[in-house]
Design a binder for this molecule. Structure first.
Ligand code: CS2
Length: 501
């Protein structure tokens, strides 16, 4: 069997159209999500309306995708998996692939090229260098401190964007920075950190005014469940396409993209590829970040502590379904203003099918990774909403308690091998924060007091106490007992007992 290249791609397998050689889009974060989401929309948009919208891709630090992608003429396949079977298709919209860490100047040059009109980002929640406590640019993060000391040689994504835009201000061509990460008000959040960086680094007024008036940062809601590629992915693609793809992506058969139509220098016809242009994007973001992602975290942590390695296996456990559905009903939905026309019952129903997708086999360890930054988009705002209305958000407290037990287990508690697989850059800091804590409750309180969640949430003693209580139950009686304790409270609708500290 031959490797996947331009010559060997079966013509019928191409998704949408191939991009021209010219690139109008620079992308940072050449991982699986981008390749299964925005890249697919771009290929499909090009089939509907041709234009110079090839993608110049930059991986952050690893050659894992860049090398095979380059060897395959920048083509790769998507293996779409659902209960109805498997389908494979080939995407051909990338025109270059490079590793940022090898040569930051190539990335800066790409941002400055006038022909480039859009930067798309999939740098994960951590890439925006925001403080967990305040949500503003984290001036204490080592990469930001270093970049502010030497803004002409940045290494952080924020510092790189700031330098690229400052250089671009010299010719002044309009530009759009489009965040495709799971952030609330993603565009506003990106504009805020870039502007805060420019201000802190003493940028010229001309640069600040260029960024303010000529650079758009549309909000966007992105959605497609994209697990890690496995060796089986390559085999399944070979069986379907008859070629060997060294960097395929597996994904569910659902995809959604809702964007604000604010593009300073034009955009591909993404709307003709199924993307929704809306002026209610922030509402869509809230729905998705809370109902899908927030529930996903609960499934992952309860599942991980219960020994379930996949999301569908976890979802099959009645105690997890009950917890998730109670969380949606009592903690999340009351905090959400729905976009017009969204049928929320149908949306929740579709989530239950997506979580049950055993062909996809998404892993609890993937979803449970990086909770220290992901939970910030999922827990504090709805929890504060409930607390201010006099209700304890028991399922949000349970999510937080299970996260603590999985990532920073109290002394004497063994969370198991699945929790051990969950990656989190804050693990070490959490261990430091809890050193010397006596007992599970004190352990939980030490984490909550150490700035991993916003001060505005941890100021609520009722939330802190409930998390501490549930950590104690997990340690003494197990995760199932804690879930049934939280469910009893959710059903009885217990109210806040203590004032804000
Ligand atoms: C998941 C997301 O990693 C996570 O925590 O909740 O990656 C989720 O699969 C996507 O946001 C779905 O769009």
């Amino acid at each position: 069997m031959r490797p996947l290249t331009r010559e060997t791609t079966p013509p019928a397998a191409l998704i949408g159209a191939s991009a021209p050689l010219e690139t109008g889009i620079v992308h940072l974060g050449l991982g699986n999500f981008h390749r299964a989401h925005a890249a697919v929309y771009t290929a499909q948009a090009l089939a509907a309306e041709f234009g110079d919208w090839g993608i110049a891709g930059f991986a952050n630090a690893s050659r894992r995708v860049v090398d095979p992608l380059t060897a395959q003429d920048h083509r790769y396949s998507i293996l779409q998996l659902s209960e109805h079977g498997a389908q494979a298709g080939v995407v051909d919209v990338h025109r270059s692939a490079a590793v940022l860490a090898d040569d930051q100047s190539a990335f800066i040059a790409a941002l400055v090229r006038p022909q480039h009109r859009i930067l798309t980002l999939t740098i994960s929640e951590t890439g925006y260098s925001r403080s967990s406590r305040t949500g503003r640019l984290d001036l204490d993060e080592p990469a930001i401190t270093a970049d502010l000391a030497d803004p002409q040689h940045p290494v952080s994504a924020v510092g790189l964007m700031a330098l690229g835009l400052a250089r671009r201000a010299e010719h002044g061509e309009p530009f759009t920075v489009l965040s495709c990460d799971n952030l609330q008000s993603a565009g506003h959040a990106t504009r805020a950190v870039v502007t805060e960086f420019l201000e802190a680094s003493g940028a010229d007024a001309d640069v600040l005014s260029y960024v303010e008036s000529r650079v758009a940062f549309p909000n966007a809601m992105v959605d497609r469940i994209v697990p890690a590629t496995t060796p089986a992915t390559t085999d399944e693609v070979s069986a379907l396409l008859g070629v060997i793809d060294a960097c395929p992506v597996r994904a569910e058969d659902f995809s959604m993209w809702v964007l604000e139509d604010e593009f300073a220098g034009g955009r591909p016809a993404w709307d003709r590829a199924g993307a929704i242009m809306s002026d209610e994007v922030e509402r869509y973001e809230v729905v998705k970040l809370r109902l899908l992602n927030g529930s996903h975290s609960l499934i992952a942590y309860l599942g991980g502590l219960d020994g379930q390695s996949t999301i569908p296996d976890a979802w099959r456990q009645p105690f997890i379904r009950d917890a998730v559905l109670a969380g949606i009903r009592t903690d999340y939905l009351p905090s959400i203003a729905l976009p017009q026309g969204l049928d929320v019952d149908a949306y929740v129903e579709s989530l239950t099918h997506r979580w049950a997708n055993s062909a996809l086999g998404d892993r609890t360890a993937r979803v449970g990774s990086d909770g220290s930054t992901k939970l910030l988009q999922r827990i504090p705002a709805p929890a504060e909403h409930a607390l201010k209305s006099g209700r304890v958000p028991h399922q949000l407290a349970l999510t937080t308690a299970a996260w603590i037990c999985a990532i920073s287990p109290p002394a004497g508690f063994t969370p198991g091998s699945i929790a051990d697989e969950m990656q989190d850059a804050a693990r070490h800091r959490m261990v430091e924060a809890t050193r010397g804590a006596r007992g599970p409750r004190a352990h939980a309180i030490a984490v909550l007091n150490a700035g991993f969640l916003p001060d505005s949430l941890t100021a609520h003693a009722a939330f802190v106490d409930r998390v501490a209580e549930l950590v104690d139950v997990i340690v003494r009686h197990g995760v199932r007992a804690a879930a049934s304790d939280a469910l009893r409270s959710s059903t009885s609708g217990s109210t806040v007992r203590e004032e804000v500290r």
